[in-house]
Design a protein around this ligand. Structure first.
Ligand code: CTP
Length: 443
């Protein structure tokens, strides 16, 4: 299974309907399909939902006016029009349909639709009588027939007025499907990020991990040979620190299990220092049963030693001849924790954490899918540490995120902070899906 909008840029236009709050969830769903999303609001939409949630979740400044210029002087809605693979207007009010069908480009959403060659998907939402009014129906017909727009029709259901009728915004999954169909197999219009709207430099704090307990392991474990020497690895802890920082910024309660990190841990995280694999394992088992119900997310970014000396000498070994060390494999901590989580879920535990492993490979990432299955994790982040800019100690990384559903998302070379946020986007989507599953099975 692949992500259906991987690498695409989608322009999401939001207009002033009560259903505008649903656009936040739509944005999340589009991102969970791998899309880069930039949001445009009409002035009325801004009165229903604040820009902050959209800016935080999209990682792009929000376009709110036709007068908006980007910091580099480009015109915001034109950049969206020229680079987006599709525009989706959801919810679209009766007023907006009227303005659009007459080409009145007074807001960023109509202006982008007028200026674009990309397919446009429109999901109206309004009162039932407004929807059936001939004016609205004529406008919709014109958008569909004359402009070639896809209309995702509103559905029957309770409306904001308290009445029931046809006017409810369509199911978000149907809107996502319509966007996927509209984009179909067209080539990506602007693969070069420089052609797209700029990303936010410092993403505003986003609360999508609020109330969640996130445990991140970082650094590399060391296995004692004798009291002064050890077997270690080159991990500095930068990737784990970036994930912990990103999770904190997104509102999570973060515990950082730090194994010999070279970089400073972020302030705000609860710190547990460990040295060896055995200590790391004990710390994680303790965290599993701490608090109400352990943690919601575990990200194993630490490079865990695969072998350790069978016996560590209790005195410093003297250099009095050749030395042969006998090594034994370390316990697979992540696989053990995944097994324990499965057992707890089978025994009826309500909370099943999302587990993320990392796999530092040298060369092709062919073994990664097998590793994900073997470890029993939800996501495996694989990278080739031999690639320049993608290994230990660098500030950047190029990774592929493999998921338990068999999908693989290849990310471009990004800063470790951006890798962290892209990973957390997937984690948040998985947490939400698990919560919805649990609610459905209870009802
Ligand atoms: N890991 C672990 N316990 C170990 C070894 C690794 O929990 N004893 C975790 C790492 O933190 C990482 C993931 O498992 O998140 C993958 O680590 P990796 O070393 O790539 O996997 P291995 O099981 O060692 O597989 P192989 O030796 O075949 O590469």
């Amino acid at each position: 299974m692949t992500l259906r909008l991987d690498g695409r840029l989608i322009g999401l236009g939001v207009t002033g309907s009560v259903a505008a709050y649903k656009a936040v969830e739509l944005l999340r769903l589009l991102r969970a399909e791998g899309a880069d999303v930039v949001v445009m609001l009409t002035p009325a939409a801004g009165q229903f939902v604040g820009q902050l949630s959209f800016a935080a979740l999209s990682r792009h400044p929000v376009e709110t006016s036709v007068m908006d210029l980007l910091p580099d002087g480009r015109i915001g809605h034109i950049v969206v029009a020229d680079s987006a693979d599709a525009l989706v207007v959801a919810p679209a009010t009766a007023h907006w349909l009227g303005a659009m069908s007459h080409g009145l480009s007074g807001d960023a959403v109509t202006a982008a639709c007028l200026a674009t060659a990309a397919p446009v998907v429109v999901a109206p939402a309004m009162d039932g009588d407004m929807w059936t009014h001939p004016a609205t129906q004529d406008n919709v017909a014109r958008l569909r027939e004359r402009f070639g727009y896809t209309i995702v029709e509103p559905e029957l259901g309770p409306l904001a007025s308290g009445q029931s009728g046809v006017g409810r915004l369509a199911e978000l999954a149907s809107i996502v499907d319509a966007v996927v169909d509209a984009v179909a197999s067209r080539p990506i219009r602007a693969p070069d990020p420089a052609m797209r709207p700029p990303r936010s430099d410092t993403p505003p704090r986003d609360a999508d991990l609020e109330g969640r307990r996130v445990v991140v392991t970082a650094g590399g474990t060391r296995e004692a040979i004798d009291p002064v020497r050890f077997i270690g690895n080159r991990s500095t802890g930068k990737m784990g620190a970036a994930i912990a920082t990103a999770a904190l910024d997104r509102g999570a309660a973060v515990t950082l299990v730090a194994a010999n990190m070279d970089v400073s841990p972020p302030t705000g995280a609860q710190l547990v220092r460990v040295a060896s694999t055995a200590e790391l394992r004990d710390a994680l088992i303790a965290l599993e049963s701490s608090g109400e119900s352990g943690y919601d997310v575990l990200v194993m970014a630490a490079a865990v030693a695969d072998f350790r000396p069978l016996r560590a000498a209790d005195q410093k070994l003297a250099r009095d001849g050749p030395l042969i060390l006998e090594l034994e494999p370390t316990p697979d901590v992540l696989a053990e924790l995944a097994g324990r989580a499965r057992d707890r879920a089978a025994a009826g535990s309500a909370r099943r954490p999302i587990l993320v492993g990392f796999a530092a490979e040298t060369g092709a990432l062919d073994r990664a899918a097998d590793k994900l299955r073997r470890k029993g994790v939800d996501f495996l982040v694989a990278n080739d540490v031999m690639e320049p800019g993608a290994g230990f100690g660098t500030d950047t990384n190029r990774v592929a995120i493999l998921a338990a559903d068999g999908s693989r998302q290849d990310l471009p070379m990004l800063s470790k902070r951006d890798v962290a946020d892209r990973l957390l986007d997937r984690v948040v989507a998985a947490l939400d899906a698990r919560r919805d599953e649990a609610q459905t099975s209870r009802s």
